[in-house]
Design a protein around this ligand. Structure first.
Ligand code: MLC
Ligand code: AMP
Length: 507
């Protein structure tokens, strides 16, 4: 037996002196061999905490090398890694703790006091890691742990990670990702995007989602490439660092923010060979402007938490703006009729279904939900509406699911509506996404109720108490009634149209 994911990503670098994480501005670097030793230390700490293979470990921590080593340590010790957005409130974290039955929560030192009581309630231990990854109770243990560890055997079908993704009912669902889901996808992307040990990836994505944790990090590990591991996306730093890199991955907001900088030009991007965009639609305009400014055509790809990456524009060959390219090798896709599920002819828009080694095992503790979205023949119904043109290019033209994507973060309106509906004076509410110049889309809440007793400030405070900042409506509007169709269903499309210029999105 072996541990396929650990072996392919980390074990191959044992004792290697070449650099893994570099900071070209300060001149510091961490070698691959040193990082592998750290994975042993983290794996020892996880095992010593009493976690056994298959147990869940929640990490709600800042982006640091230690956070990455914690992930690797979990894989190495056979423990299922469950990363959480650092913006989540205590209320949100409690749901994940309870639903996943995690045995250990690693949180930022500053969140310890708030999270310890709920961990007690759910029989989970707490350990801390500072935002920069350098201190905390976890680091105290790691510093005293051995740097050798007997890697725990796992099979390709064993779970490696549990990533929560919001749901249309307002209840988040844990996507069960196996070792092979992650590894097969990383191998496909590594080859397709031609990563090699000469590459330096400028990494500015958060590491609690598929894009930053798996896509960006795994291709570098497979290639033995270097990572410039930025704690977050800071436009000025990205501009300073880009001349030291060969590749970059981002959500569309990263690209529009770069284009907003007058000093972002083709000189900075001279050494770059690849810019990848995903997680949200990249406007064709952004694609064109970026090419005019830098001479590079952004490579857009399409994925999901449940499936990793599904399609990609070609590395060699035409990268077509407004499309997400072709299915990855080994991945099958089809466009089907929303009601009959019959496959549609080329060019017709319908629901996109995906099958392949990248597709997850199902939703944690939600067999009915899994059954509804993952067909018996292995095809997963993505909830995205797509079209495939005569040349085989896939375009995502809409969404069947009621979802808002703001700056690459997914927001399900239902979750916000549930909070709004409970506020004093509110009789009903609805939440829609409207265009936003920075985030692509943003959240607008529309309320019906007694105008004299609705207190917007109080409502905003209630939302702040329970939901992460990125989910908060950027505007709340009180109306007399919501538009409804003949069936009595709220016509969100009418509201989206009505409020589409609220943020004056010209982009
Ligand atoms: C932060 N804020 C957001 C936000 N991010 N609001 C809406 N949408 C977002 N995405 C809020 C903050 O709470 C704060 O509120 C203000 O905006 C600024 O905060 P900040 O810390 O300065 O953040 P900022 O730099 O603005 O962050 C924007 C961002 C970040 C785009 C850099 O959101 C980001 O890194 N996004 C990447 C998301 C990602 O990796 N997605 C991949 C999902 S995987 P205030 O109060 O100050 O206004 C997936 C599958 C796939 O989808 O295909 O890849
Ligand atoms: P998540 O649930 O966070 O993994 O987000 C996945 C969703 O993001 C997909 O179902 C799509 O709706 C959207 N998405 C990801 N990449 C793209 C893209 N390149 N273009 C359009 N939508 C995308």
């Amino acid at each position: 037996m072996a541990n396929p994911l650990y072996d392919a990503l980390f074990a191959i670098h044992e004792n290697k002196q070449n650099s893994f994480i570099i900071d070209p501005l300060s001149g510091t670097s961490l070698s691959y061999g040193h990082f592998v030793k750290q994975t042993a230390q983290f794996a020892n700490v996880i095992s010593d905490a009493g976690l056994v293979p298959g147990d869940r470990l929640i990490a709600q921590v800042g982006k640091s090398v230690s956070a990455l080593a914690l992930y690797a340590g979990a894989v190495r010790s056979g423990v299922v890694y469950l990363p959480l957005n650092t913006a989540y409130t205590t209320t949100e974290v409690e749901y994940f703790l309870q639903d996943s039955g995690a045995r250990l929560l690693v949180c930022d030192t500053v969140s310890e006091a708030g999270l310890t009581p709920i961990c007690k309630d759910h029989n989970a231990a707490v350990s801390t890691l500072s935002t920069d990854g350098k201190t905390g109770t976890l680091i105290d243990l790691v510093n005293n742990a051995s740097d050798s560890f007997k890697t725990v055997d796992r099979s390709a079908d064993d779970l490696a990670a549990l990533l929560y993704t919001s749901g249309t009912t307002g209840r988040s669902k844990g996507a069960m990702l196996t070792q092979n889901n992650l590894l097969s996808n990383a191998q496909a992307l590594h080859k397709l995007w031609q990563f090699c040990d000469k590459d330096v990836l400028l990494h500015a994505l958060p590491v609690f989602h598929t894009h930053g944790l798996f896509v960006a990090t795994h291709v570098c590990l497979l290639a033995g490439a270097q990572l410039i591991f930025e704690p977050s996306f800071d436009t000025d730093r990205i501009i300073k660092l880009m001349p030291h890199a060969t590749s970059f991955m981002g959500v569309p907001t990263f690209y529009t923010r770069l284009l907003d900088q007058k000093n972002f030009n083709n000189d900075l991007a001279r050494h770059m060979r690849l810019f990848v965009s995903g997680s949200a639609p990249l406007l064709a305009d952004t694609h064109t402007l970026f090419e005019q400014r830098t001479g590079h055509r952004i490579l857009e790809r399409y994925g999901m938490t449940e499936t990793n990456m599904n399609t990609s524009n070609p590395y060699n060959g035409e990268r077509r703006a407004g499309t997400v390219g072709f299915p990855l090798p080994g991945v099958e896709i089809k466009v089907t009729h929303l009601d009959s599920s019959a496959e549609l002819p080329t060019g017709e828009a319908g629901q996109l279904e995906v099958r392949g080694p990248n597709v997850f095992k199902g939703y944690w503790n939600m067999p009915e939900k899994t059954q509804k979205e993952l067909r018996d023949d292995g095809f997963f119904i993505t909830g995205d509406i797509a079209q495939i043109d005569a040349d085989g290019y896939v375009s995502i033209v809409g969404r069947e699911k009621d979802l808002i994507i703001s700056g690459g973060y997914n927001i399900y309106p239902k979750e916000i509506e549930l909070v709004l509906d409970h506020q004093p004076g509110v009789t009903e509410s609805t939440v829609v996404g409207v265009p936003h110049p920075d985030f692509g889309e943003t959240v607008v809440g529309v309320l019906v109720g007694r105008k004299d007793s609705i207190n917007i400030q109080q409502i905003e405070a209630a939302i702040a108490e329970s939901l992460a900042r990125f989910k908060h409506p950027r505007q709340i509007i009180v109306v007399d009634s919501l538009p409804r169709n003949a069936m009595g269903k709220v016509q969100k499309n009418v509201l989206r149209e009505e409020y589409r210029h609220l943020f004056n999105s010209a982009k």
